[in-house]
Design a protein around this ligand. Structure first.
Ligand SMILES: NC(=O)c1ccc[n+]([C@@H]2O[C@H](COP(=O)([O-])OP(=O)(O)OC[C@H]3O[C@@H](n4cnc5c(N)ncnc54)[C@H](OP(=O)(O)O)[C@@H]3O)[C@@H](O)[C@H]2O)c1
Ligand SMILES: N[C@@H](CCC(=O)O)C(=O)O
Length: 428
């Protein structure tokens, strides 16, 4: 892929535009992020030295409500990546009909190299730098790759210290004990599971006859692997950043999670651990996992995993995008031509932000829901929007991705129209 991630992400919009009737003004506004902030974060390291980290927060659009989106800590974080992720958040929130716009944040670093105290100083420093850019009615951060509830707790606390007030709703994905929602930790995977369970029966696929490979074994990947395993799907391969394992007869996901939690990589566990030989298995690279002959492929790690370079190796019949942007736009067209069903990120992984919305609602009302209430509401939303997008894709004879963008575009267009022309910007 020669151009930027954002240019590539925008192509999905262009493909959907011919199926909607939006004004030129609306289309023009949707092509650009509302505002982007680049910050330098000085952090005192444990050895006494000072390191400066680069951080970002992009608010893509706030027409439908305060902007919403996670914060990523990863060496690959750049303005281009954060902007693309904020763009996807805008459409994701519109597709799920949440009263939010889209945003994203990130810091360029490998968090595995920092101590817990260094990470805390970094997270608090990031909030110091973006405090005037966020707020419960303005822009609300949450977890993403290599961030977690502990980091969200620090971020909320730092914001409250700066503003001298208690505002739990400024950040979602917090620990439950300080205002987090029950079910937020499993929400991304649970939402994806409801999408799988709604769509696969339409193709007469039963769990016991369906093989699955999952790339990425973190918050989203490990949980969706376990939910599918529990429902009887044959999860034959899983991987993390170091590589993966494959077993034709299916893997025991809970025991792999147990080993992974003891801080070893999936590959290391299976070739070095004491249970190395309980099942026959093969060690895989991530490239090999993506090319496995399985029914369902679940990319749940990073973007641009399937591109023009490897798209012809893909043999899965269905791809459920739990990660944001795992397929580039050129590969998307090839998959469509080959009849491979791609179920898009802006629908599949929307369970996370949906329960973030529930958390924000609970924080603001002061009334907290049971786990069962959270999951029932999540199921209702995911099934409703999946059915609607499925119907739209059938009506228009387009991919699920284009149908999802059509849905999101219509909701964004309606909201922009309802707010008026905003010509005063032009007239001064
Ligand atoms: N968390 C959410 O609420 C949420 C919601 C919606 C969408 N998402 C999206 O879901 C994806 C995963 O996020 P997450 O929250 O699950 O992150 P996470 O908990 O930090 O887990 C990331 C996983 O991906 C693995 N990984 C990293 N680089 C990889 C590579 N090059 N190849 C294969 N695996 C790799 C990591 O491996 P190691 O364990 O070895 O580090 C880890 O297992 C991201 O695209 C994120 O934007 C997340
Ligand atoms: N980072 C997640 C969750 C965002 C949120 O909960 O605000 C996503 O990509 O959807």
């Amino acid at each position: 892929m020669s151009d930027s991630l954002f240019a590539d992400a925008s192509r999905r919009l262009e493909r959907a535009l011919k199926y909607v009737s939006l004004s030129e003004d609306t289309i023009e506004r949707l092509k650009y992020p509302k505002s982007s902030l680049i910050v330098s974060i000085p952090v005192r390291m444990d050895d006494g030295s000072l390191r400066i980290f680069q951080g970002y927060r992009v608010r893509y659009d706030n027409t439908r409500g305060p902007s919403k989106g996670g914060v990523r800590y990863h060496p690959g974080v750049s303005l281009d990546e954060v902007q693309s992720l904020a763009f996807w958040m805008t459409f994701k929130c519109a597709v799920l009909n949440l009263p939010f716009g889209g945003a994203k944040g990130g810091i360029t670093l490998n968090p595995k190299e920092l101590s817990k105290l260094e990470l805390e100083r970094l997270s608090r420093g990031y909030v110091d730098a973006i405090a005037d850019f966020i707020g419960p009615d303005v822009d609300i951060p949450a977890p993403d790759v290599y961030t977690n509830p502990m980091i969200m707790g620090w971020m909320m606390d730092q914001y409250n210290i700066i503003k001298r007030q208690l505002s739990p709703a400024v950040v979602t994905g917090k620990p439950v004990t300080i205002g987090g929602s029950l079910g937020r930790d499993t929400a991304t995977a649970m939402g994806a599971f409801f999408v799988v369970q709604t769509l696969l029966p339409k193709f007469e696929l039963n769990p016991q006859d369906t093989t699955v490979a999952v790339q990425g074994f973190g918050n989203a990947g490990a949980e969706i692997a376990e939910l599918l395993w529990k429902a009887g799907y044959k999860v034959v391969a899983v991987s993390d950043s170091q590589g993966g394992i494959y077993a034709k007869q299916g893997l025991d996901i809970p025991s792999i999670r147990g080993f992974k939690d003891s801080n070893k990589g999936i590959k290391a566990i299976y070739c070095e651990g004491s249970v190395c030989n309980i099942i026959e298995h093969e060690i895989l690279t991530n490239e090999q996992l993506l090319a496995l002959d399985v029914d369902v492929l679940v990319p749940a790690a990073l973007e641009n995993q399937i591109t023009e370079a490897n798209v012809n190796d893909v043999k899965a019949k269905f791809i459920f995008e739990v990660a944001n942007g795992p397929i580039d736009s050129a590969a998307d067209l090839v998959l469509e031509t080959r009849g491979i069903h791609v179920i898009p990120d802006i629908l599949v992984n929307a369970g996370g932000v949906t329960v973030s919305y529930f958390e924000w609602v609970q924080n603001r009302s002061g009334l907290y829901w049971t786990l069962d209430e959270v999951n029932q509401r999540l199921k209702h939303k995911m099934v409703e929007e999946t059915e609607a997008i499925w119907k739209k894709s059938q009506e228009l004879s387009v991919s699920m991705r284009t149908a999802a963008y059509v849905y999101g575009l219509n909701r964004l267009g309606e909201a922009m129209n309802a707010k008026g022309t905003r010509d005063y910007y032009i007239n001064g």
